[in-house]
Design a binder for this molecule. Sequence first.
Ligand SMILES: Cc1cc2nc3c(=O)[nH]c(=O)nc-3n(C[C@H](O)[C@H](O)[C@H](O)COP(=O)(O)O)c2cc1C
Ligand code: SF4
Length: 487
Amino acid sequence: MSKTPPYPLPDPGWPSADEALMSRLFAPVRIGAFTAHSSTWVPAMVPWRSTEDGDATPEVVDWYGRFADGRPGVLVVEATGIRDVPSGPLLRIGHDRFVPGLRRLTDEVRARSGGQTRVLIQLIDFLRIRRRPDKAVFLARFLQLEARHREAVGLGAEADDEAIRAALAALPHEDLLTTLSDREREDLEYGARERVWDTHLEHIAELPRTLPGLFADAAARAVEAGFDGVELHFAHAYTMASFLSARNVREDGYGGDLEGRARLPLEVLAAVRDRVGPHVTVGCRMLGDEVIEGGTSVDEAAWFAKRFAEAGMDFISISKGGKFEDAKQPRVGAAAYPYTGESGHECMPTVRIGAPGPFGRNLPLSATVRRAVREVSEAVPVIGCGGLGTFREAEAALTDGACDVVAAARQSLADPDWWRKMQLGRGDDVRRCIYTNYCEGLDQKHKEVTCQLWDRPAPEEDRPPPHSGSLRSSDQKRHLLAPRWDS
Ligand SMILES: Cc1cc2nc3c(=O)[nH]c(=O)nc-3n(C[C@H](O)[C@H](O)[C@H](O)COP(=O)(O)O)c2cc1C
Ligand code: SF4
């Protein structure tokens, strides 16, 4: 394969300081209860740096402090779990004990951005997903035996469960697969994964009763920890996005048609607003397109966004794809990762993606959603994201009406100072993201996320930024923070 990316990086069109001053990108924007000093945004990115108990470590605080150095208008803290249940080294906000750690984080962002950057936290709920099981273990322990399994192996009523399991294990693999139901096949080949329409499970049936309170409690803790607001995670592969999904076939009024699918997200919004009041910004991240067969399209997304705006959502951030439904089969012992199939590639497009390439690829979605939102409100900004890493594209996205705020995840990871460099007319100093997803590969392996452009500096380039935690990854091989930039 050719080493030259099919889509070379576009002309950045870096502005002079005067051009930046007059630009839309660096103009203030009202976002619910606050005004951001510029229309720039760093969206949520999980860095894999919290403790196994979900607490903010000094390394988490350093990670957000480093983004704050670049003074984006808004910085969104990674997807943070609203339940008080173990979930590995992912941030959590499901109990009051998490508040002091998160307070250190918001203090750091304020200090490092000179009080300019507004900081939100993304609140997430997710359902259980198991690792892909070993076939022998699946057949011996996980498979719930039913009459059809007994019939398939031709054993009579006298055969005990152990004999049936042994007979299933002895079948050629293809025959075994035809014996299993679709769901059992998926449990075996990908790992069992709960769906929001598994209403035979009590905790899933009860989600409409439990989730509004969990989101509201988490939002109240976020306010206590000093956040300017919350971003409800209604996107990608997680619980709330699954309620919105066109695949949601719940029959209890929380699925099926558009009204049914929007019902729980609207109830969550109402519960959160009720708890935090009107002076805290409450917005959401949602999908402009699920990019899966039978999934939600942009027209449905626009309909949801309009309903959210009417119901008091303060901003709507548009993402794309990132679903389990088309994820690659994991190896035995690993869990499916929702960014490995086509929907995942659309979520974080690389230079190897098909036409029209990754740059600004998802703006048509935010443009459609924004047009719909404008029918009901002038005051709800729509955040556009996806392959935005130049001034030229960012400014055009705003002036063309594709979005009201420009979000850049990987470009901000490649160079957290890039916003400030542009603003100061120092665009030529920007370290540009090359959109090949080394960072996403680390996320997939649950390793501390870093950027290939700076994580192994030569000794003479080694200029550590301010930090209170470790500068090196746990395997000591990589730097955890982008080098200092002296403006
Ligand atoms: C390492 C990594 C972690 C991410 N974590 C999250 C997350 O926690 N929540 C979320 O909504 N999106 C997450 N994303 C997606 C980004 O916010 C963004 O939507 C995506 O990278 C496309 O934008 P970009 O082209 O500017 O990078 C993550 C992306 C990366 C690269
Ligand atoms: S690792 Fe690659 S894709 Fe990720 S931020 Fe760095 S340059 Fe961009």
